[in-house]
Design a binder for this molecule. Structure first.
Ligand code: HEM
Length: 441
């Protein structure tokens, strides 16, 4: 006999129906669920035959992402992402995912990212020059768009390196990704067209035998240890689309909110500035010095706590499970929101306050381990986490000591919880030269 919905002991939830998705209405519903039913609740949807469980307790989340992760596959919403990126490492499951992750992982090791960091540095040095003109003229900058362009340029250089100037000559075929944050069917069609440009580049690089250190070369040379087989051009294309889309919006979003928060918290900005100036004196700082900036790490983590770019992710239960004493039937939808977990007052005191020192010391580490998941957790944890910190550290370390950015509008900026957590509109900031105390790095 199979269990019916009435036999099951499901978590508590409202009688009315809700369809949870990555949208503002769902954030409102989940906020209400947490307030009314606690950290584990259940809603039914008119168009989904299986229940949706909303998890807001770290132990339950860990069970899905780490302990029993093999029972869960990527859930609703990922089909939209799949239309955009193809069947790459973020959207795939099972054997295909396992193989791709093993093949791609070497590109994300600290050694590999350290070698890629020179390209990130070059771009930041260019920004130092171009922002000088803005500061000379006292102009304002749409930081949201600027960070989108930054994130895109960095990931494109890390993927294509020597081939990039040729790919973007004339009308830059990638530019729309940074210019327009909408991710609708028109974007899918444009990304499909872009696929042709990328595919031609993959074929040409494979034929040339040239292998500069970049993600493309690493993918072309990656071999399955058991079979010796490499990735097909089609597989590489899907992985590159994945890296371009997933790799630029997330770090760009974090830097966007970070500039905003620094402008509203001058005491934090001063401390960060002080750290950069004393730890990285002069132009010749080392990569270890850059990545050793402790206060920088806290500022970025606190930004990610308040504004996790991936604010919601979903899973689907393959087989039955039990969570927190309740049944999880096969097919159940699971929703996990880093945004709401990071503001859960059971784990974060005065959660709305921007306070990088929450992450200081052993207590901070314990809190981080328990209830901080901007990069997810377990086997499907973000592969690009270290890369992201390198590009964010590098950007702030080079730009902050030279330029002071202040929000033109002092009113708080609203969030726009779509696929990624964006600011409701572009954040406009005035750019000014910062008086130098020490030579900037
Ligand atoms: C602040 C920046 C970033 C954040 C907050 C972030 C967040 C995430 C999250 C939450 C996931 C897991 C989604 C899920 O489990 O459903 C993920 C996966 C992934 N991210 Fe990131 N990401 C960031 C930057 C990057 C960058 C820069 C890259 C590439 C250079 C990247 C590459 C990936 C890849 C390849 C995966 C798939 C991992 C897998 O499923 O095996 N991410 N990211």
């Amino acid at each position: 006999m199979t269990a019916t919905a009435t036999d099951l002991r499901l978590p508590p939830g409202p009688a009315e129906r809700h369809t949870l998705n990555a949208d503002p209405a769902s954030l409102a519903v989940m906020t209400r669920l947490a307030a009314e039913y606690g950290d584990l609740s259940c809603v039914w949807s008119a168009d989904r035959p299986h229940p949706s469980l909303f998890l807001n307790d770290p132990d339950h989340i860990r069970q899905v992402l780490v302990g029993n992760y093999e029972n869960y596959v990527k859930g609703v919403g990922f089909e939209r992402v799949r239309m955009l990126m193809g069947n790459g490492i973020i959207t795939s499951d099972g054997e295909h995912w396992r193989r791709q992750r093993t093949l791609i992982q070497p590109g994300f090791t600290r050694g590999s990212v350290t070698r890629l960091s020179g390209r990130v540095l070059d771009h930041n040095l260019e920004l130092v020059e171009s922002w000088r003109g803005l500061a000379d003229r006292g102009e304002t900058l749409n930081v949201t768009t600027a960070m989108s362009h930054y994130g895109l340029e960095v990931i494109l250089r890390a993927i294509f390196s020597v081939d990039l100037p040729r790919l973007v000559a004339g009308a830059n075929p990638f530019a729309f990704l940074a210019q327009d944050p909408t991710r609708d069917i028109r974007t899918v069609l444009k990304v499909r067209e872009l696929g042709r440009v990328i595919h031609d580049c993959v074929v040409a690089r494979r034929a040339s035998g040239e292998r500069p250190h970049d993600f493309l070369s690493l993918m072309l040379d990656a071999r399955d240890r058991r079979t010796g087989a490499g990735m097909t051009d089609g597989e590489i294309l899907d992985e590159l689309k994945t890296l371009i889309v997933a790799g630029h919006e997330t770090s760009a979003g974090t830097l966007n909110w970070c500039w905003y928060l620094l402008s509203h918290h001058p005491e934090v900005e001063q401390r960060l500035l002080q750290e950069i100036r004393s730890a990285l004196p002069g132009a010749g700082f080392s990569f270890e010095q850059l990545m050793g900036l402790e206060y920088m790490a806290r500022v970025l983590k606190e930004t990610l706590r308040l504004y996790p770019p991936v604010w919601l992710f979903s899973r689907r239960a393959v087989g039955p499970d039990r969570i927190g004493g309740y049944d999880v039937p096969a097919g159940a939808h699971i929703f996990i929101s880093p945004y709401l977990l990071h503001r859960n007052p059971r784990f974060w005191e005065d959660p709305e306050r921007f306070d990088p020192d929450r992450f200081a010391g052993p207590q901070g580490e314990a809190r981080e381990k328990a209830a901080f998941i901007p990069f997810s957790a377990g086997a499907r944890r973000c592969a690009g986490e270290y890369f992201a910190f390198v590009e964010m550290n590098m950007h702030l370390a080079l730009l902050l000591p030279r330029y002071r950015l202040s929000c033109v509008d002092q009113a708080p900026m609203d969030i726009d919880p779509a696929i990624n957590l964006r600011s409701r509109s572009g954040i406009m900031m005035a750019v000014a030269h910062r008086p130098r105390e020490n030579p900037a790095p």
